[in-house]
Design a protein around this ligand. Sequence first.
Ligand code: NAD
Length: 243
Amino acid sequence: MTGASRGIGAAVAREFAAAGDRVAVHYGRSREAAETLVGSLPGGPHVAVGADLADAVAVRAMVDEAAADLGGLDVLVNNAGIYVEHSIVSTSYDEWRQAWEQTLAVDLVGTANVTWCAVRHMLERSSGRIVNVSSRGAYRGEPRAPAYAAAKAALIAFSNSLARALGPHRIAVATVVPGWTETDMAVKSLAGPRGDEIRAESPLGRVATPADVASAVLYLASPEAEFTSGTTIDVNGASYLRL
Ligand code: NAD
């Protein structure tokens, strides 16, 4: 479970633990928050494992540590992500390139690397579930963060590709696509002058809670969900509908 020390990741970790699963709570920098979460989860034993997702060597060590501590890996949830603003109208060329590099390194390449490492452990058992957390911005566009939208759209194509590649190994791969969700990533926008406008995007008049997203992740990770492999579930309160 990547990026699990807070936000959507922490909610997903809580749901898995409540369902009786053991969880490896991955963190980037917030070791203390991850350990506090581990200590608060029911069941277990759970573990906290750290790695900067932009560091391919650290990623491999982190995934192997998680698999060793848990005695194998049944489910991988690729949740960690960053959102860096870089409007094409106002950023310098240096800022623009930096934002693209940073965003792709974590949201796309980091996720691909975690997945490669985790799949090694799933292939040993010929079973597994992978759930990738994308974003509504993949469809609707992110005018202030095009690299984020591009990475999240690529993540859907990545999921689709792996669903086809890993089906013969009984590993199902699917994507959850949240809209605005009440977490640290969104708190500034939701509390600011655009907050009401953002909530009004959904006919339900609110944004998602981390628990809304976690329910979809739990379903896709369940044994019953094998035949949904390749699907994408929108969790955006009908704020953006597609055929
Ligand atoms: P968040 O910022 O609270 O959590 C992101 C997590 O990713 C954090 O735990 C952070 O430590 C981790 N992370 C970031 N960079 C990392 C790195 N280099 N190495 C390791 N870990 C790193 O945000 P959240 O809202 O909980 O986001 C979870 C996922 O949901 C993200 O992929 C995000 O893009 C997606 N999402 C969020 C929203 C929203 O409105 N909050 C909407 C759509 C999609």
